[in-house]
Write a protein of this length. Structure first.
Length: 97
């Protein structure tokens, strides 16, 4: 099955193919969106400050300019070893801001 989602991040987030997206609010500060057909994590929305964090595998390589921030809720996955030096946030850091 192929599901076509188009993300447009400009003054917010616009999604074509929304009928495939299921929402799950995890906390007072974060909501995560998943494909309700296959369960793939698509993106997260932080409420304050309002910002979106998309799963980078959803974008074509040529459209990703650079990675700015990475954050993990729970723990840092051992299989991630990113070359880019970015700001690194944990759940506690986000709760404290």
């Amino acid at each position: 099955m192929v599901i076509c989602l188009t993300f447009i991040v400009e003054n917010g987030l616009s999604i074509e193919g929304k009928y495939y997206v299921s929402y799950c609010r995890y906390s007072i500060w974060l909501m995560r969106m998943f494909c309700h057909e296959c369960g793939t994590h698509l993106f997260s929305k932080m409420f304050k400050p309002e910002s979106y964090y998309a799963n980078t595998v959803l974008f074509e390589k040529s459209k990703i300019v650079f990675l700015v921030t990475q954050f993990y809720v729970g723990c840092n996955p051992l299989h991630y070893n990113l070359i880019e030096k970015t700001a690194f946030f944990t759940e506690q850091h986000i709760l404290n801001t």
